[in-house]
Design a protein around this ligand. Structure first.
Ligand SMILES: C[S@@+](CC[C@H](N)C(=O)[O-])C[C@H]1O[C@@H](n2cnc3c(N)ncnc32)[C@H](O)[C@@H]1O
Length: 295
């Protein structure tokens, strides 16, 4: 049976569609599940910002939470989906201001799970892409706590889609690599071969070191005229996209006062980015946001 026009996420979430009435109950009824699953940690990817990019499984995990331990990058509308009685703990990290050390976060997750709670560790993007999810899984396993990972839309995928920037393209790029511009010293990282003809390089956490990153890539043999794009605050209401080149990257960032969170995309596909994605009226309405706003 084909779904009728106009029936979608809001219907699923609000239960307005008869066809979904049974499944929504299954989807979001969590009391039985909670009873079966005390004391566990669920790492949940919250995506890059837009609440509509949450997976169904992420919404279900949030509905189970007794405790939500979240990053600063998680949108407030997503946090609002946690049960009213859930304990909300922010472990927000800024580049130079770590409010909680990773070892302390690990200990917190384990302690809350040991106390019998369903702990949802809510992280921006995907937990396993520059999200320290690996360390938290190890901590849970070392402590003998049940742990599960719900993947999320990583920033590169969400931001690229919004800017109509194909990370691979048969005419331009047959490989794509994600690197961290800040995790380790830039000099320690060997990016040779990751960028250039036929390849796309996506740099996470690269804004503060963008001038050094551009210089490093040129020193590795890339032309200073290599196309680059900057995707700032992707999938959020204030998202901005800029097309530039490696040579002009620092000036583009300065002229537009680009701030984190933002991605750098280097390679021929960057030329295809739409600079003002907001001018394109979305065909897919942000139904989950609308449903929440209507409450
Ligand atoms: C610590 S990493 C976390 C990445 C996350 N786990 C993911 O999969 O997207 C943070 C970096 O992700 C990128 N990022 C996250 N959300 C973003 C967004 N909405 N727009 C652009 N970049 C974003 C930025 O480069 C930011 O500095």
């Amino acid at each position: 049976m084909t779904q009728k026009a106009g029936k979608g996420w809001s219907d699923i979430v609000t239960g307005h569609t008869a066809r979904y009435t049974a499944s929504i109950a299954d989807l979001l009824a969590v009391d039985g599940l909670r009873a079966q699953a005390p004391g566990r940690i669920i790492l949940v990817g919250a995506g890059p910002g837009d609440p509509d990019l949450l997976t169904v499984k992420a919404v279900r995990a949030l509905a189970l939470a007794d405790v939500v331990v979240h990053d600063g990058l998680v949108d407030a509308r997503i946090l609002a989906m946690a049960p009213a009685g859930a304990e909300m703990i922010s472990v927000a990290k800024a580049r130079s201001r770590h409010t909680m050390a990773q070892t302390d976060i690990n200990a917190l997750l384990v302690a809350k799970a040991r106390a019998g709670h369903v702990v949802v560790r809510l992280k921006g993007g995907d937990p396993f892409v520059f999200g320290r999810g690996g360390e938290e899984v190890e901590a849970a396993r070392d402590a003998g706590i049940a742990v599960e990972v719900v993947p999320g839309v990583t920033a590169a995928l969400g931001c690229a889609a919004e800017s109509l920037l194909p990370l691979t393209h048969r005419d331009h790029a047959s490989a794509v690599t994600f690197v961290a511009g800040q995790c380790k010293g830039l000099a320690e990282q060997d990016w040779r071969g990751l960028a250039g003809e036929g390849r796309t390089l996506v740099v996470y956490m690269g804004i503060a070191a963008a001038a050094d990153i551009a210089a490093k890539l040129v020193a590795d043999g890339l032309s200073p005229h290599t196309p680059a794009a900057v995707l700032e605050g992707g999938t959020r209401p204030d998202a901005r996209t800029f097309r530039t080149t490696l040579a002009d990257l620092p000036a583009t960032l300065a002229a537009n006062a680009v701030r984190s969170p933002a991605l750098l995309v280097v390679g021929a596909v960057a030329r295809l980015a739409v600079e003002r994605p907001g001018v394109l009226a979305p065909f897919v309405p942000s139904t989950l946001s609308l449903a929440l706003a209507a409450e």
